[in-house]
Ligand binder design. Sequence first.
Ligand SMILES: Cc1cc2nc3c(=O)[nH]c(=O)nc-3n(C[C@H](O)[C@H](O)[C@H](O)COP(=O)(O)OP(=O)(O)OC[C@H]3O[C@@H](n4cnc5c(N)ncnc54)[C@H](O)[C@@H]3O)c2cc1C
Length: 303
Amino acid sequence: METHDLVIIGAGPGGYSAAIYAARYQMDVLLIGEIPGGIAGTAHDIRNYPGFAKVSGMELMMKIIEQAKLLEVPVKQTIVQNISKGDGGFFIKTGKEEFFAKKILIATGTARRELGVPREKELTGRGVSYCATCDAGFYKDKIVGVIGGGDAALTAALLLAKFASKVYIFYRKKEFTKAEVAWVTEVEKNEKIEVMFEEEVSELIGEEKLTGVKMKSEKEISMDGLFIEIGGTPNTKLAEELGLELSGGSIVVDKEQNTNVYGIFAAGDVTDRPFKQIATASGDGATACYTAFKELRSEKATL
Ligand SMILES: Cc1cc2nc3c(=O)[nH]c(=O)nc-3n(C[C@H](O)[C@H](O)[C@H](O)COP(=O)(O)OP(=O)(O)OC[C@H]3O[C@@H](n4cnc5c(N)ncnc54)[C@H](O)[C@@H]3O)c2cc1C
């Protein structure tokens, strides 16, 4: 069976940053990730990542992936189905292969949160979307809505306003408190965007495809597309099976990215860090790799 010092699970900024550090430490590393670039690849306009005044998530992640390629990091693009504890490490199963790792880093990020209204699943891909970067182009001269009040919702609305004739933002709070102020200012200046605070979508209207939404206030608004940008749910299935401590649905880590199980580290959006960004996930990945490196070195020294 293929054995590695460190196996990283996740191909987003957290996982790739750890992989780059691991290569520089000349560690025997393997990265396994389902979606190259992770959710960061879906961000259409990034203005807060140091060194890049304006870059798309895909472009940024391609540069990071290219850097890992230059460092010859082995990568498997697949899903990890299961991890179990073994003697001195962990068995990692994908659909077809099994690996053994002395240390593992979980950087599995989040899955898009669903709104939880009836018929959401049936209308997904028929007017309901979770990715403005992927689908904005389909809504030229159409009316669309965006649900949410964070950076992802506001940047989605700004992108959609480049195509659609009208963009509504529905946010259940009184004002934008989570989003970057620079994005709030751009939204306020955009004449195509109308923000409806203290409003919640309770029903989706339309049979074959979405034709409108009904609000909790009973108001009905006609529209062709609805983009749900209400954050994510941490991908903790593997962590739960391994008995990792969770808090509020996220993996609990210390300052060195240790989990409660020796030899398992976690980084990025899947952890309980309060601020979830590309820069913070990258920082977590680097720290986790350094902690794993130190642990492996001290284990070797005591042999
Ligand atoms: C629309 C949008 C816009 C954003 N804009 C910005 C921005 O402007 N600036 C900013 O700093 N941040 C932004 N973010 C947030 C940023 O993208 C995240 O904080 C960051 O991607 C987190 O990185 P991560 O590595 O923890 O997880 P992710 O990027 O989510 O990557 C997780 C990886 O794990 C993989 N994975 C999950 N489960 C498994 C499994 N079982 N087996 C194998 N692989 C698995 C996934 O396929 C993926 O490759 C935005 C997010 C969104 C959604």
